[in-house]
Design a protein around this ligand. Structure first.
Ligand code: ZN
Length: 294
């Protein structure tokens, strides 16, 4: 199943995120600060957690002509730090499009397996296009990857996140059960953020990735929180990438009709299906129980 649906919202909605971007930085100033970076790391590793900002060398300030402005990384860090679990895990930080092997989706020459391969190819192409387009279009239509456990959907979503973060764009990667836990934790005194703070960030962050919108035990409260995030993002045309192991009937069942309907408007939908769980395929390869396919 692959459906491509037009995004029907209003084209001229102003970006209300209130987040200042500093993409028009003077390249000369950027070079100046870059030369101060001490760590010998590859440029594409710079924006990973704990690494030095290539724009400001972690000073938090960039010079644009003769005026100093807060670096975009400050806002990025604020977004990341607001959620305890927003950082990508070590495993997910390694996900890249180049490592997304279509061979996992190929099996015997049956019609069905060919379909899996073509669907995976379409999903990969859409993911790359999304990354490319979102650089110039802050209202790019989002993506929804649906498929069973071990079908590669989180890998694709994490690859999108890594590419976008490397370009210093503001993005939040949230695993849905963690998000709901964090929202609940704001009710205890332990959390520094209020529920509204966290919801506001998830609603307004320029690019949001929601991983594992699955068959969890949603209460009316959690259903409403997810709806509130998605509804805001749909109205403001803010791109959202979602992974789920649910099909649309199930999304309707677990999250309700109104959320389901918004997802259709916000996202292009791609199905990923591998003949065998990719983690199992990797396990068999690693343990020498299966030969590498050519
Ligand atoms: Zn910076």
């Amino acid at each position: 199943m692959e459906r491509v649906l037009p995004n029907q919202g209003n084209a001229n909605i102003e970006d209300r995120t209130g987040i200042q971007t500093t993409t028009d930085l003077n390249p000369v100033n950027q070079q100046k600060t870059e030369s101060k970076v001490q760590l010998n790391i590859q440029p594409e590793m710079n924006t990973e957690s704990g690494a030095v900002c290539p724009l400001c060398g972690d000073r938090g300030i960039v010079l644009n002509g003769d005026t100093a402005a807060p670096c975009s990384c400050m806002e990025k860090k604020r977004i990341e730090n607001s959620f305890k679990y927003a950082r990508l895990s070590r495993e997910l930080m390694n996900c890249r499009f180049e490592k997304f092997s279509l061979e996992y989706y190929r099996n015997a020459n049956t019609q069905q397996d060919q379909e899996d391969y073509l669907n995976a190819q379409k999903a990969l192409r859409a993911a790359r296009e999304f990354v490319k387009n979102v650089r110039t279009n802050p209202h790019e239509v989002g993506l929804l990857f649906t498929g069973s456990v071990g079908s590669g959907k989180t890998f694709l979503a994490a690859s999108i996140a890594n590419e976008i973060l490397e370009n210093n764009h503001k993005l939040l990667f949230l695993i849905v059960p963690d998000l709901l836990d964090e929202l609940r934790a704001t009710f205890s005194n332990k959390s520094e953020n209020t529920e509204y703070d966290l919801l506001d960030i998830a609603r307004t962050v320029p690019i949001l990735i929601l991983d594992d919108l699955g068959a969890h035990n949603y209460t009316e409260w959690s259903r409403n929180r997810i709806y509130s995030i998605l509804n805001y993002r749909m109205n403001e045309q803010l791109p959202t990438v979602i992974t789920t192991n649910l099909d649309f009937d199930e999304i309707d069942h677990y999250l309700g009709e109104r959320t389901c309907s918004r997802l259709l408007q916000m996202c292009r939908i791609f199905r990923l299906s591998a003949p065998q769980d990719i983690r199992m395929q990797n396990y068999l390869k690693r343990e020498g129980l299966k030969k590498d396919k050519k």
